[in-house]
Design a protein around this ligand. Structure first.
Ligand code: STR
Length: 406
């Protein structure tokens, strides 16, 4: 059977149009990624859940035919998304459980509550920064001043990463994700990120602290402690995942509420909960547009198509969040009055489900009400149609969010 191929725009000039095209090709579509690499993707909620628990799909890049035959190399612009070193993000099965256990335990819903005071004080400090930036009455970039520093400070506190590194880390991650970065520069960025985190691991080995990196180093894990490479991989995964996606969540929640004043009024009056705002934002503006990549270790039949052994599969969470079979005919509209619980899978599903889900929810749950209570007159400084995505195919990340504090 032939299957239409959607070429993803490296510049993400029209995210909504791209998602609408993908929701029309079900349950599997073909997508061509930047660098002319074509893979399968799943666009339906129900089939994604099945595939995400299918042990015949693995994350080890060595299972990828295009990698084995040399078609994909380190020169591929998205290589850093699939060849990120050994960590809980890249292994499966029993080894995955071993690599992930300690992290998952440290950030359960109950345990992240201990970070509440940290998140509250970071939020308060950033609200002051916002007030300072907007003191003249002109537009302020809410993403740059508020949504972006907050998750980095939180995840760095959790992991024990030196706060002095934050400005450089933001520059490096922007270059890492952007499709406009020349590949030699991206490879240098990946090396520099490694250097920063190798240093963190060495420091924590020499002087363990009250942070998760130290806990990973000291963990016994049933007589098989994590190797330095595994600690490093987990640390990189936590910092990357723990800041980039939560920036997106906070930015898009503010954007959507400011673009729908009736809904903002409903949440401020208490008619709708902040929890529903957060879940609806995760569904409608899912932070991970396309999650790369799983590989078939044998032929996998899905309806009347077959993912052949060695082929790659992405998970198109953007399209999955807009699946009308799951969320009804208005799935492409932001509506916080949808009945709870909003059953999205924007945190994934199965063994790799986001271990940081509770932490990101708590960050948004603290940051959003604090923002709107400090600045009740907050408005967008530009028309919503002028907001642009970053040139990042895998993440749903805005260039900026200009607001007036009112
Ligand atoms: C970025 C580069 C790196 O050093 C480590 C990782 C592993 C975790 C990945 C991260 C990556 C990219 C963003 C991801 C994250 C896990 C969740 C996050 C894919 C490859 C999402 O966007 C959902």
């Amino acid at each position: 059977m032939s299957c239409p191929v959607v070429t993803l725009d490296p510049l993400v000039r029209d995210r909504a149009a791209e998602i609408r095209r993908l929701t029309g090709i079900t349950p599997l579509a073909r997508i061509t990624l930047p660098g002319d690499v074509t893979v399968w993707t799943v666009t339906k909620h129900a089939e994604a859940r099945k595939l995400l628990t299918d042990a015949r799909l693995v994350k080890d890049i060595d299972a990828w035919g295009l990698w084995q035959d040399g078609t994909v190399t380190r020169q591929w612009p998205l290589i850093g998304m699939v060849d990120a070193g050994r960590s809980m993000f890249t292994v499966d099965g029993a080894e995955h459980r071993r690599l992930r256990a300690k992290t998952a335990q440290a950030i359960t819903a109950r345990r992240v509550e201990s970070l509440r005071p940290v998140i509250e004080s970071i939020t308060a400090a950033l609200l002051d920064d916002l007030a300072t930036a907007g003191a003249g009455g002109g537009p302020v970039d809410l993403k740059a001043v508020f949504a972006l520093p907050l998750p980095m400070r939180v995840v760095s506190t959790l992991m024990g990463v030196d706060h002095a590194e934050h400005p450089r880390l933001h520059q490096l991650y922007t270059a890492f994700f952007s499709m406009l970065t020349p590949q030699d520069e991206r490879l240098a960025v990946i090396d520099e990120l490694d250097e920063i985190f190798v240093k963190t691991v060495a420091e924590k080995k020499a002087a363990p602290g009250d942070d998760l990196t130290s806990a990973l180093i000291l963990a016994d894990e049933g007589g098989e402690p994590l190797t330095d490479e595994e600690v490093l991989g987990n640390l990189k995964a936590m910092v990357a995942a723990g800041h980039e996606t939560t920036i997106s969540l906070i930015t898009h929640a503010v954007r959507a509420l400011l673009g729908h004043p009736d809904q903002l009024a409903a949440v401020l009056s208490g008619e709708v909960s902040w929890e529903n705002v957060i879940e609806e934002t995760l569904r409608w503006a899912t932070p991970a547009s396309h999650l790369l990549l799983r590989f078939a270790t044998e032929d996998i039949r899905v309806g009347d198509t077959v993912i052949a052994k060695g082929e790659g599969l992405a998970i198109s969470y953007g399209a999955i969040g807009w699946d009308t079979d799951q969320h009804g005919p208005s799935a492409d509209r932001f509506d916080i009055r949808r009945p709870a619980p909003i059953r999205h899978i924007s945190f994934g599903h199965g063994p790799h489900i986001c271990p940081g889900a509770s932490l990101s929810r708590l960050e948004a749950r603290i940051a959003l009400p604090a923002l709107f209570s400090r600045f009740p007159g907050l408005t967008l400084a530009v028309d919503d149609s002028e907001l642009r995505n970053m040139p990042i195919v895998t993440q749903n990340d805005l260039v900026g969010l200009p607001v007036l504090l009112g």
